[in-house]
Design a protein around this ligand. Structure first.
Ligand SMILES: *Cc1c(COP(=O)(O)O)cnc(C)c1O
Length: 370
């Protein structure tokens, strides 16, 4: 059996007719950049997220960067974020010349630990970026409280959390701004690059519209220095067609996670994901921990099972951030598990028999290696 890490082809084939029609429609109308189809998707995604405004941009990285720009974050400002996230969260901070300040995470949820935030706030701190990692919401209420007390913005990195909920509130609708990625493998994925910003603030939405389109307030009038971060028509069409299925797909991921949990709970040596009582996890990734991670990964590969690492090196230990002078042991929780985490195949179309094969293979490995 060959089990891929994700299976985008299977998903495409399941709604091929709708996708093909949507793409063809854009080709016929030649609305290749922004346009009506993108606008329709923005409106639909805004209502999916329960926010007033959504603006499509060219990637999740760009969404986070423009979100910070729209809040006037600039050189000298400090932004709080977790060290275990995709590098893009920190890159967005660096792109506006602000300084990333890392705060360690909760060992159960892998998300930023609100208890550790306050001691890292200085008079330069302007914003907190909680990342809803793997599709599990960060603990937002204590974060919002701190932000309110210290007058900080909350920018949600919801790039892995399309449809995840914190106490009934959709991720991306809770802070001042939310940033989403539609990279093909995300829970809602384009046929190329794409991203979006969500907000309830009209002024922020207007700024994003300008920033993504060369700072234009109107044709030939450039109000601010912006960039080119427009969402393409074809991506808007694909995303619009797929959005109708997102809740169903997320539920299938949850069902798959539940089945993995059931079967893996019989195996000691394996730590399965913990779902917090305050959140609806949408399992962008399904992460286990095991002491002989590299050996298990190799073994699974030999069985035809693809796995991933999210993420093997925390950002403070990446060469790109060596200028911050951060050393090992500064973030003990994150550092304690980066060598143990392994991402198992997870996608809505994953079959029960495939999960059985993955779990049986892990059981095989455990028998011979512990
Ligand atoms: C994917 C991702 C991003 C970046 O999104 P792109 O669309 O790839 O630019 C940012 N943050 C997190 C947590 C992500 O998973």
């Amino acid at each position: 059996m060959e089990i891929p890490f994700v299976n985008l082809k299977k998903q495409y084939l399941s709604i091929k007719k709708e996708i093909d029609e949507a793409i063809n429609n854009v080709i016929q109308n030649t609305a290749f950049v922004l346009g009506d189809v993108v606008k329709k998707f923005e409106d639909d995604f805004a209502s999916f997220c329960s926010v007033k405004y959504c603006r499509g941009v060219s990637s999740g990285t760009s969404a986070l960067q423009l979100a910070l720009m729209s809040l006037d974050i600039k050189k000298g400002d400090e932004i709080i974020l977790p060290p275990n996230t995709y590098i893009a969260t920190a890159e967005a901070v660096s792109a506006v010349n602000a300084k990333p300040v890392f705060v360690d995470v909760d060992p159960e949820t892998y998300n930023i630990d609100p208890k550790l935030i306050k001691e890292n706030i200085t008079d330069k701190t302007k914003a907190i970026i909680p990342v809803h990692l793997y599709g599990q919401p960060a603990d937002m209420n204590p974060i919002l409280e701190i932000a309110q007390e210290k007058n900080l913005f909350v920018v949600e990195d919801a790039c892995q959390a399309h449809g995840a909920e914190y106490k009934g509130r959709k991720c991306g609708s809770i802070g001042a701004v939310g940033g989403f990625s539609f990279y093909p493998g995300k829970n809602l994925g384009a046929f190329g690059e794409g991203g979006a910003i969500t907000t309830n603030n009209e002024e922020i939405a207007k700024k994003i519209e300008m920033l993504r389109d060369h700072g234009q307030a109107k044709k030939h009038h450039h109000e601010v220095i912006g960039t080119n971060s427009r969402l393409e028509g074809i991506q808007g069409a694909v995303l619009g067609a797929k959005l109708k299925y997102l809740s169903e797909w997320n539920n299938k991921r949850r069902k798959n996670a539940k089945y993995y949990n059931e079967r893996l709970s019989n195996l000691d040596k394996i730590k399965t994901p913990v779902e917090s009582e305050y959140g609806k996890h949408i399992y962008h990734l399904y992460i286990i921990q095991i002491d002989k991670r590299d050996e298990l990964q190799k073994f699974l590969k030999s069985k035809g099972i693809a796995t991933g690492l999210h993420y093997p090196t925390p950002i403070h230990l990446q060469p790109a951030y060596s200028h911050l002078g951060l050393t090992k042991d500064l973030f003990p929780i994150t550092e304690s598990y980066v060598k143990k985490i392994l991402s198992l195949p997870m996608f809505p179309e994953l079959e029960k028999e495939e999960i059985d094969f993955v779990v049986d293979s892990i059981a095989d490995f455990l028998k011979n290696n512990f």
